[in-house]
Design a protein around this ligand. Sequence first.
Ligand SMILES: Nc1nc2c(ncn2[C@@H]2O[C@H](COP(=O)(O)OP(=O)(O)OP(=O)(O)O)[C@@H](O)[C@H]2O)c(=O)[nH]1
Ligand SMILES: [Mg+2]
Length: 309
Amino acid sequence: MTFHSGYVSILGRPNVGKSTLLNALVGEKLAIVSPKPQTTRNRVLGILQVPSQGDRPSGQVILIDTPGVHKPDSSLGRTMMAEVRQALAGCDLLLLMADVTHRFGREDQFALEMAKSSGTPVLLLLNKIDRVPKKDQLLPIMEEYRHRHDFRAIIPLSARKRQGLDVLLETMLKDLPEGPRYFPEDQITDQPLRFMVAESIRQQVVEATSEEVPYATAVVIDAFEEGERLTRVAATIHCEREGQKRILVGRHGQMLKKIGTAARPEIVRLVGTRVFLELFVKVSPQWRESRSFLEALDWRRQFLEGRAE
Ligand SMILES: Nc1nc2c(ncn2[C@@H]2O[C@H](COP(=O)(O)OP(=O)(O)OP(=O)(O)O)[C@@H](O)[C@H]2O)c(=O)[nH]1
Ligand SMILES: [Mg+2]
């Protein structure tokens, strides 16, 4: 039996459900999901081991979730778009995702153009079909897309309800070349644990706050000490203004406490020990424009620098 493998990047405008799809396919929460757009800020790799089934060959699919395609208005936004371009470079297959409950807009067009100019085969995923009462409503949407690009296939699905995932899996495997197993069989991501812990905290910040606060916050792990039975984590939630800090701390520190309490179970699950979690809030004016701050947030860069030492 042949073994198919390769890198598959998920591309689309913010909020279409890219991270939801990554998590659904891998079966683990690897990426933050939120109803607020521009949640994902960096490439998130998820590794799928696929056993053979019927005609379907076995293989390994290396999925890359990317930030939503948008016109950036900050250095953070430009860094996010650079992450998207890096995910497109050298991948074997693209999954262009659209939200069927939304009209095709400027950002969809932008994503489509990126997909076209990459020269990589593209599968079009029409997501959120659970929100479409009659399935024949999908036909005109599919027809419209057919005129936009010569897609390898068009697959309606619901990432949230896990509908259409088998068809997607089978199509991906067929479209990927024969190749090696790139990662060990038991590996599901390349993200370091401490970054996943930071993201668990950011998920709760995004959920608990509104308006500009989710966009103006970043989580940095200051200390991460893994013991056999207890892991000590100290993290700082950076924001840009005093007013945001007041919101994040809350009256008598209640908001910060709420964020910590909500993040803890996931952190416990991730590290597999008891957790001592300390959270701080700091105003770092205009961190979204600071190159050094953005570089410090980039775990891939830290990893390489750590190795070089
Ligand atoms: N009804 C429905 N909602 C979905 C589906 N997939 C995702 N969502 C919701 O859509 C919202 C955005 O999902 P994400 O997975 O965070 O979207 P994303 O494309 O990763 O967004 P960015 O990271 O901001 O680019 C969340 O509220 C999800 O729960 C789906 O199949 N059906
Ligand atoms: Mg996302």
